[in-house]
Design a protein around this ligand. Structure first.
Ligand SMILES: Nc1ncnc2c1ncn2[C@@H]1O[C@H](COP(=O)(O)OP(=O)(O)OP(=O)(O)O)[C@@H](O)[C@H]1O
Length: 664
């Protein structure tokens, strides 16, 4: 071919500075674009060979080579795929690609970075100019008698094209890196980027550093194959060791015999796994396979609890694996990672527009070739097809959980403590998921048994209809728990932050059902039957005495005859007011006055059956009455919420004083 010099068919003077600027955040993406182009080219050639349109050499080994040279500051991406003829270079590179770029820029010129195209799909070949001043292509088409083409462009609007001396079918792209991008020719950086984007591409990818001598390895000579490059052969001497015989004399014996060895050029190891687990049929995968895949992809050495293998062909193509991770501590964030792939090419992590928000607490991979990824994020959000995908994933997760409840209840209960924040968050975020999970939400009660809401209500119907009592802190509320246990009344344990909004949600969904913290109210079951008159006098005396002793005029005091005479005093706190206060704390509204939401909603309950309480009522002006009132109040407060530092200091000082009095 005669040398050809041409103008790229675009109008804008020079699109490259714009591409560079626009793509500023993710420069490394060029690796993905060029490698996936190479993989596509190989896949196409394999197909042609399969249908007899191309006769591949017998020893063909389809692969993609990435060669970096930190010295020359170049990167070569070499595939043995379909290649391009001169006309094709003209069509795909000189015209389509660049006119595509123009259309692309036109479409997105007003968009801000936040509205970037998902994973920048559609950037293709010219993403190379984000990192390179000059790019060359050497390509030989698979077509009979094709002439190899050399193309080059230095980032302006002009290109040069001439014959190339490339001998093998395929394409070699060379990037001459610009000053800001030399790091991409570093072998370790290259490896990191390729592993990020290309770990599961369907063609083996090999990385070499052209500046380094080839690495070598030694293997037994009989294991050498045709593909190996043998540098030398040698005899590895026998290994011997000295052993002691029965008669005490020593003898030298051969441990391993002498062996013929070969020093060969290190066999290349691909950077990627071309058959990732999600592409396999679930029947072919063992538990160990799933766990290993999880370890490799998420670098999480805690085993996942269980997983869901998504495998759908119709009406859309979607494959993937979702893992329920083990949450180790209460304080660990429970944010997961869902990696989105498009035909085994990594797109991005945690794309909220495709994956329902609550599922982002899981870890997993999703490969959906049908996703329209060349549109902006906001367009994706409103895409009906994307909604269907998202619904499908949600449904599958729901199916897995309900199925487990029905057939492996024991496992479900075992995992519940770990998975319940996820399920509850899902119910709050997704109406359909909430409906599906409605009968499968379970509650651990104070005896460690798991019950559904229906079962909770049914079991406690006689004691407190339509009310579920709950514990938020088993240590702090232990006195209440004991009381409940003694009276044969149940309460459930709800200690996670998500539980407060979740029970509010349950109350709104189940009319008439109320949740009340274990210290919210005293159930009638704890009390003896009395008439108001019977307690009137003692009530008045105690109220007055306590108010005076504590210096709290607005203290609410309630005198009850509790069946358990050993309990002297306790605090109850209106459920509604407490929830408001909790909410204030959660949203950090500390500046506001808590009394707005009933700081006065605490009630000091005194047990008229308790000897000490009786004593106080009978000795309201006694020498130590104030001391006793203060101590009883603090004791009640202690099992309700932690004391403030000041209160604690007083409490300890007073306790010491009481001991001194006892010692007298
Ligand atoms: N390594 C290659 N071997 C053969 N043909 C190639 C190669 N790289 C690019 N091409 C041809 O050039 C065309 C344009 O490539 P480009 O990467 O710009 O866009 P694309 O691959 O079609 O789309 P996208 O990358 O946006 O998914 C390709 O469709 C392909 O026909």
């Amino acid at each position: 071919m005669a040398n050809e010099h041409g103008n790229l068919s675009i109008n804008s003077q020079n699109i490259f500075p714009i591409i560079k600027k626009w793509m500023y955040s993710d420069h490394d993406i060029f690796y993905r674009e060029l490698i996936s182009n190479g993989c596509d080219a190989i896949t196409k050639l394999k197909k042609l060979s399969l249908i007899g349109e191309y006769e591949a050499p017998d020893d063909i080994e389809y692969k993609l080579d990435v060669k970096v040279s930190p010295k020359n500051k170049t990167i070569k991406i070499i595939d043995n795929g379909i290649g391009m003829t001169k006309d094709e270079v003209n069509e795909y590179i000189n015209q389509i690609a660049f006119s595509g770029a123009e259309a692309f820029l036109e479409k997105y010129k007003d968009k801000t970075n936040e509205d970037q195209i998902i994973g920048h799909f559609g950037l293709g070949f010219y993403s190379a100019f984000m990192v390179a001043d000059k790019v060359t292509i050497d390509t030989l088409s698979f077509q009979k008698d094709a002439t190899a083409v050399h193309w080059e462009c230095d980032g302006g609007t002009e290109y040069d094209m001439k014959d190339s001396d490339k001998q093998n079918v395929g394409t070699e792209i060379t990037l001459y890196l610009n000053e800001d991008s030399y790091e991409f020719a570093n072998e370790y950086k290259a490896r990191e980027v390729i592993e990020k984007y290309c770990s599961f591409m369907p063609i083996p990818i090999f990385l070499t550093n052209e500046d380094e001598e080839p690495k070598t390895e030694e293997i037994p000579e009989e294991e050498v194959t045709e593909k190996d490059t043998v540098i030398e052969t040698f005899i590895k001497e026998a290994e011997t060791e000295e052993v002691e015989k029965e008669d005490g004399t020593k003898e030298t014996v051969e441990k391993t015999p002498a062996k013929k060895m070969a020093k060969i050029v290190k066999r290349p190891v691909p950077l990627n796994d071309i058959h990732p687990l999600w592409t396999k049929h679930p029947n072919e995968c063992s538990d160990e396979d799933y766990k290993e895949f999880y370890r490799n992809v998420f670098h999480d050495y805690k085993e996942p609890l269980f997983w869901i293998h998504l495998n759908m062909d119709y009406p859309f193509n979607l494959k993937g694996i979702l893992y329920f991770p083990k949450i180790n501590t209460e304080y660990e964030t429970i944010e997961g990672t869902i990696k989105l792939y498009n035909n085994q090419v990594f797109v991005a992590d945690n794309i909220k527009e495709v994956i329902p928000e609550f599922l982002l607490l899981l870890k997993g991979v999703i490969d959906c070739p049908d996703l329209p990824l060349n549109v902006s994020r906001s367009a994706l959000q409103n895409d009906g097809f994307v909604k269907k995908i998202s619904e499908y994933i949600t449904k599958k997760v729901g199916d897995k959980l309900t199925g487990m409840y029905k057939t492996q209840k024991e496992s479900y209960e075992k995992y519940w403590d770990d998975i319940n924040p996820f399920i509850k968050f899902g119910c709050l975020k997704d109406e359909k998921f909430a409906e599906k999970m409605n009968d499968y939400i379970i509650f651990k009660n104070i005896d460690g048994k798991y019950l559904t809401l229906k079962e909770c209500l049914e079991e406690n119907k006689e004691h407190h209809e339509n009310t579920v009592f709950y514990v938020t802190d088993e240590t702090e509320q232990s006195q209440y728990i004991n009381m409940f246990k003694e009276a044969g009344i149940d309460a459930v344990i709800l200690t996670h932050n998500i539980d407060q909004p979740f029970i509010t949600h349950l109350e709104s969904k189940n009319e008439g059902v109320k949740f009340a913290r274990i210290d919210a109210d005293l159930s009638d079951s704890f009390k003896e039957e009395t008439s108001e008159d019977e307690l009137k006098e003692i009530s008045e005396t105690l109220t007055e005495t306590f108010k005076k002793a504590l210096g709290k005029d607005n203290l609410n005091v309630k005198v009850e005859k509790l069946k358990n005479a050993s309990i002297s005093s306790m605090i109850t706190l209106s459920e509604q007011d407490r929830r408001m206060q909790d909410m204030m704390k959660m949203y950090n509204m500390y500046g506001m006055d808590p009394s707005m939401f009933g700081a006065n909603s605490q009630t000091l309950v005194l047990n008229a059956n308790n000897e000490l309480v009786k004593y106080i009522a009978e000795h309201k002006d006694g020498e130590n009455t104030t001391l006793m009132c203060e101590q009883l109040y603090d004791l009640a407060m202690l099992s309700h919420a932690p004391l403030t530092p000041e209160q604690m200091t007083n409490f300890i000082a007073r306790s010491n004083k009481i001991m001194e009095l006892l010692a007298k």
